[in-house]
Ligand binder design. Structure first.
Ligand code: UGA
Length: 433
C-alpha cells in the first residue's frame, strides 16, 4: 500500500485518486478550495460523473481516501504526489500555467519540512517543456532540497468525461515521462495492477503525447465533419461512408462520428494551446487550425440549414435538447449548444432548452432563453426541435406522436431515423432535404 497525495480535486484529480484507492493505495486529496474539501468529505463529488459518487462514499467509509486543504498534511502522509490542477485557456486561447505554478510552489514549501524523498508527478495537461523548465526548477528552489530528494515525472491522463472511472481503471496505455530509474520503478509498480501497456519516455515527450493525442482526435472528428458537409450536398450519408473508412485498421472506426462538432474542456483548449505555442516559436500548423475552424463552422451550418428549411427563424419557437458538451456530464464548456443558441437568437428565434444535468450551468453562460425542466413538454410547445446532446432519455420521447413539429434536426444521431418516418427529420451528415 502506497501513500499518494493528489493536488486538485477536479475530474482528473478525483478520478485518479479513486482509481489508485481501488488498487489498494491510501489517498489524500488536496484542494485549496475549502468548499470542495467539505463536499468531498461529505461523499459528494464536486461534479456529475457516473460511478464517482458511489466509489467516493465507499472509500471514505473504508478510510482509504480523505480530503484536506493543508499541503503539509498531504505531503507528510504520502510518498508520491500527483499534480492534477486545471490548465485553463487564457482569453487569447493560450495555456494558463498559473495553477500549476502555485501548486508547485506550495508543494515545494511543504517538502522543505520533510526529510524523506518524494516523487512528484505532473498529471495536468501542460505544454511541452513545462515539467522540465517550470515545475522541476520551482520545486527544487522552493523546497531547498537537492535533486536526489525529489523525483519528478510527467504522466498524462487520457480519461474521458462521462466514462472517467472506466477509463482510469482500464487505460489503453500508461505514459511515464521521467529520467531517473528509481522514480520510474516506483510509478511502474504503482500502476502495474492495472495491467496496461506502459511507455517510458522523458517528461517533454510525455507532455507532447497528450497534446498530439487530443489534437489528432479533434482533427479526426473535424475531418469527418468536413466530409459530412460534402456528403450532405452530394446526397449520401456520412455514417455509411465512415463505416467503410473506419474498417481500415490504419484508421479505426473511433472518433469518426460526424455531427455538430466537438466540445468539452480538452479538445478546443488543447488544440488552441498547441497552436499558440507553435505560433510563438514560428512553426506553421495549418491542419490544427483547420480542425478548429471546422468546429466553428458546424453549429452555424446547422442554423443555416434550419433557416433554409423553415424559410425564416424570426419568431420561430425552437426547442434545443441537450446543453452539455456530451451525455453523462453536466459540463457545458465549449459545448456546441453555446454558439448554436447564440446564432439562433441573433437570427430572431425564440429559444427554449432542456438538459437533464447541465441546465443550471448553461444559464450562467447564455441569457435570453427559457430553460425547461422536462424534455417532452418542451417538444410539445415548440415548432422546431434541435437535438444537440445524445442523452438516452431523448430516445424515449414518443416522437411518432409529435406530428405538430415543423422539423426535427439532429446534430448527434440521437434518434433512430426509422422512428421519424412520419415527421420531417434531418440528421447532420445525411442528404440535405
Ligand atoms: C477527451 C479525450 O477523448 C480524452 O482522451 C482526454 O483525456 C480528455 O479529452 C482530456 O484531455 O482530458 P472528453 O473531452 O472528456 O475527452 O470527451 P470525448 O469523449 O473525447 O468527446 C469530446 C467531444 O467530441 C464531445 O463533444 C463529443 O460529442 C465529440 N465527438 C467525439 C464527436 O463529435 N465525434 C466523435 O466521433 C467523438
Amino acid at each position: 500500500m502506497t501513500g499518494v497525495s493528489i493536488i486538485g480535486s477536479g475530474y482528473v484529480g478525483l478520478t485518479t485518486g479513486l482509481a489508485l484507492a481501488e488498487l489498494g493505495n491510501n489517498i489524500v486529496l488536496l484542494d485549496i478550495d475549502p468548499e470542495k474539501v467539505r463536499t468531498i468529505r461529505s461523499g459528494q463529488p464536486p461534479f456529475y460523473e457516473p460511478g464517482v459518487s458511489e466509489m467516493l462514499s465507499e472509500h471514505l467509509a473504508k478510510g482509504t481516501i480523505r480530503a484536506t486543504s493543508d499541503y503539509h498534511d498531504a505531503v507528510m502522509d504520502s510518498d508520491i504526489t500527483f499534480i492534477a490542477v486545471g490548465t485553463p485557456m487564457d482569453k487569447d486561447g493560450r495555456m494558463d500555467p498559473r495553477y500549476i505554478l502555485s501548486a508547485s510552489e506550495s508543494l515545494g514549501k511543504a517538502l522543505r519540512e520533510k526529510n524523506k524523498s518524494q516523487i512528484v508527478v505532473v498529471k495536468s495537461t501542460v505544454l511541452p517543456g513545462t515539467t522540465r523548465d517550470l515545475v522541476r526548477p520551482l520545486l527544487l528552489r522552493t523546497s531547498g532540497r537537492p535533486i536526489s530528494g525529489i523525483g519528478v515525472a510527467m504522466c498524462p491522463e487520457f480519461l474521458r468525461e462521462g466514462s472517467a472511472m472506466h477509463d482510469s481503471l482500464h487505460p489503453d496505455r500508461i505514459v511515464i515521462g521521467c529520467s531517473d530509474d528509481r522514480t520510474y520503478s516506483a510509478l511502474e509498480a504503482l500502476f502495474s495492477p492495472l495491467g496496461s501497456k506502459v511507455l517510458r519516455t522523458d517528461t517533454t515527450t510525455a507532455e507532447m503525447i497528450k497534446y498530439a493525442s487530443n489534437s489528432f482526435l479533434a482533427t479526426k472528428i473535424s475531418f469527418s465533419n468536413e466530409i459530412s458537409r460534402l456528403c450532405e450536398a452530394v446526397g449520401i450519408d456520412v455514417y455509411d461512408v465512415m463505416e467503410g473508412v473506419g474498417m481500415d485498421k490504419r484508421i479505426s472506426p473511433h472518433f469518426l462520428r460526424a455531427g455538430v462538432g466537438f466540445g468539452g474542456s480538452c479538445f478546443p483548449k488543447d488544440v488552441s494551446a498547441l497552436l499558440h505555442m507553435a505560433k510563438g516559436i514560428g512553426v506553421e500548423t495549418p491542419i490544427m487550425e483547420g480542425a478548429l475552424r471546422n468546429n466553428d463552422i458546424q453549429p452555424i451550418h446547422l442554423v443555416d440549414v434550419a433557416e433554409r428549411l423553415c424559410l425564416t427563424l424570426k419568431g420561430k419557437r425552437i426547442g434545443v435538447l441537450g446543453l452539455a458538451f456530451k451525455p453523462d456530464t453536466d459540463d457545458i464548456r465549449e459545448s456546441r449548444s453555446i454558439p448554436l443558441i447564440r446564432e439562433l437568437l441573433k437570427r430572431g428565434a425564440v429559444v427554449s432548452a432542456h438538459d437533464p444535468e447541465a441546465a443550471s450551468n448553461f444559464l450562467n453562460e447564455v441569457h435570453g432563453i427559457d430553460i425547461q425542466g422536462s424534455a417532452e413538454p418542451l417538444v410539445d410547445s415548440v415548432d422546431v426541435v434541435i437535438l444537440m446532446t445524445e442523452w438516452p432519455e431523448y430516445r424515449n420521447i414518443p416522437w411518432e406522436e409529435k406530428t405538430h413539429l415543423e422539423w426535427v434536426l439532429d446534430g448527434r444521431r440521437t434518434v433512430e431515423p426509422a422512428r421519424m418516418m412520419n415527421l420531417k427529420y434531418w440528421a447532420m451528415g445525411s442528404p440535405l432535404p
